[in-house]
Design a protein around this ligand. Structure first.
Ligand SMILES: [Zn+2]
Length: 102
């Protein structure tokens, strides 16, 4: 969601800040300097800083990109080595379905 008005009555503009080494797209009030951060940008910050336990970094392996599965997901869904994942893309997200081999 884009905020265009600050509580002080000022107008906010898109800008970038550096927070603990992470570049963030934020809204900054031109009048009082208040900074507004969207929920998705905060989530992105937490993931980059390693504060999200269900996020994994995508890595390169040969010509493929690979991603590991968090232990709590493995445990909850009973995922085993050799099982499959099916990707179901929607407009903005991808749903990952576990398909058991046995
Ligand atoms: Zn303001």
């Amino acid at each position: 969601m884009k905020i265009t008005k600050c509580f002080c009555g000022g107008v906010t503009n898109d800008t970038k800040i550096l927070k603990n080494g992470v570049k963030m797209k934020v809204q900054k009030c031109a009048k009082c300097g208040e900074i507004y951060v969207s929920g998705s940008e905060m989530l992105r910050y937490d993931i980059i800083k390693g504060k999200s336990s269900i996020a994994r970094k995508i890595r390169k392996s040969g010509d493929s990109l690979i991603v590991t599965m968090p232990k709590q997901i493995v445990d909850k869904f009973g995922v085993h080595n050799g099982d499959f994942v099916a990707f179901e893309p929607n407009e903005k997200e991808i749903k990952i379905k576990i398909v058991h081999a046995e």
